[in-house]
Design a binder for this molecule. Structure first.
Ligand code: GLU
Length: 446
């Protein structure tokens, strides 16, 4: 079935890898089912929502390869929410309450002291019109609670399987605050109904909202979408991810030069029954992913594991796939250069360092040649084959040097590597030597 899904971030900060997980899982389900992905900004909180964050989210999603079929903003849909809220009030399912936060707190303490669950006692349902008028005369503004049906709400969750929540142990939720603003609960349901959402995929921190939302769906639309609540990612030390965790933001991963596909594979596959592995593209990720492979437990995300995956992806990239980006980085190397160095970089930006080593000479922090090897270098220099060079030149040359000096293994190769690259490890020298060319090699042996 073609699923209509939505990713509904609040534009109150940069999105992090955990948000990307929600977005990507939605995207993969849409792609796999031939459905639609709606990007919906939950921006009813006018004070904390900012356009720059909304723009940033669009850039992050685009970078990941998510191309929304439709973009919506809750701030543009207030009239619909007001209309539905009025309908719920008329039905008697949304009722005004006047308790202050302090009063509610005291109520809960009393309930706990008596060993009762701290569920709202619905006292406001018994208020007379005079009492309401008196509260308003005092300057109190009502907040509005949804009158729950005290039933058991059940659903089959796409990740968690059979779920049920007893609504008699849930407080009637506040849907409208005292200042008239909406909490997320109601607008989200109205949007999902109006936009024809068939599957709500989100983090499992929303499981507890689901019973309330299912009752709202039943009441307002007579039908309920499917739900799938995926596990959340935590930091390597097990803390929940927040928008303040700068290094885990997509923006910083992009700026640090990670491959979007590596981030996408990581964000989706961690916390599933599949091992993290390099994949060719988003389609391959879609093919591999299924909601029922997602674990029910939180999963740790360690940035230290992203580098190796990024490297493995790069090692399989052809020159055509990266040439435009290399050019933009002013890396002038051709296909032979790329094939020589791709196994020795973790991020594409590292190619620049190898290109500089070819073009500009040894790096400032180069490993120095040992004075004890002076004779060895002189011999190696005298045996350097004439051009043209190809991938067999290294073998011809080092065989000759070995014959003349008696050196072999590391004692033979390491001084040459250090002289030619300034590094103790790096690309296969057989591939690197022809890129460096005769004159530069000769100069570096002096
Ligand atoms: N804005 C909500 C959030 O970011 C959306 C939750 C939902 O997907 O229903 O948590």
């Amino acid at each position: 079935m073609a699923e209509i899904v939505r990713f509904a971030p609040s534009p109150t900060g940069n999105i992090h890898i955990g948000n990307a997980r929600t977005a990507l899982i939605n995207w993969l389900v849409a792609v796999k089912s031939g459905g639609e992905f709606i990007l919906r900004y939950d921006d009813t909180d006018a004070e904390r929502s900012r356009q720059e964050y909304a723009d940033g989210i669009a850039v992050d999603l685009d970078w990941l390869g998510i191309k929304p079929h439709r973009v919506e903003k809750q701030s543009a849909r207030m009239a619909s929410y007001d209309e539905v809220a009025q309908k719920l009030k008329d039905m008697g399912r949304l009722y005004p309450c006047y308790e202050t936060a302090d009063e509610l707190d005291r109520k809960r303490k009393r309930q706990r002291a008596r060993g009762l669950p701290p569920v709202y006692d619905r006292a406001a349902l018994n208020l007379t019109d005079e009492q309401k008028t008196a509260f308003e005369a005092e300057g109190r503004k009502p907040h509005w609670r949804f009158l729950l049906d005290q039933e058991t709400v059940s659903w089959v969750d796409g990740v968690r399987g059979e779920q049920s929540i007893e609504c008699d142990s849930v407080s009637d939720p506040v849907l409208i605050r005292g200042d008239g603003t909406y909490l997320y609960t109601l607008p989200s349901v109205i949007d999902d109904i109006d936009m024809g959402v068939t599957m709500v995929i989100r983090g499992d921190d929303h499981v507890t909202n689901t019973a309330v939302q299912i009752q709202l769906f039943q009441l307002l639309a007579g039908k309920v979408p499917n739900f799938a609540h995926h596990n959340l990612l935590t930091s390597a030390t097990g803390e929940g991810l927040s928008k303040r965790l700068g290094s885990l933001s997509l923006q910083s991963m992009r700026q640090d030069g990670y491959e979007a596909l590596a981030v996408a594979i990581f964000a989706v596959i961690i916390g599933t029954s599949e091992p993290v592995q390099p994949l060719a593209d988003m389609q391959a990720l879609a093919d591999l992913f299924a909601l029922d492979k997602v674990s029910r437990n939180a999963s740790k995300f360690d940035m230290a594991d992203l580098g190796p995956l990024n490297a493995r992806l790069l090692h399989e990239k052809s020159f055509d796939e990266v040439s435009t980006r290399l050019e933009a980085d002013q890396v002038g190397g051709d296909e032979a250069f790329w094939l020589a160095i791709r196994g020795n970089i973790e991020k594409l930006g590292d190619a620049k360092e190898w290109w500089n080593i070819v073009e500009q000479g040894l790096p400032a922090d180069a490993v120095s040649k040992s004075d004890d090897d002076a004779d060895f270098y002189a011999t190696a220099k005298s045996l350097l084959p004439a051009e043209p060079w190809d991938n067999t030149t290294w073998k011809v040359w080092t065989t000759a040097v070995k014959g003349e000096t008696g050196r072999k293994g590391k004692g033979l190769f390491m001084p040459l590597r250090v002289a030619l690259t300034g590094r103790g490890h790096g690309p296969e020298l057989a591939a690197f030597l022809p890129i460096l060319g005769y004159q530069r090699t000769l100069d570096r042996l002096s």
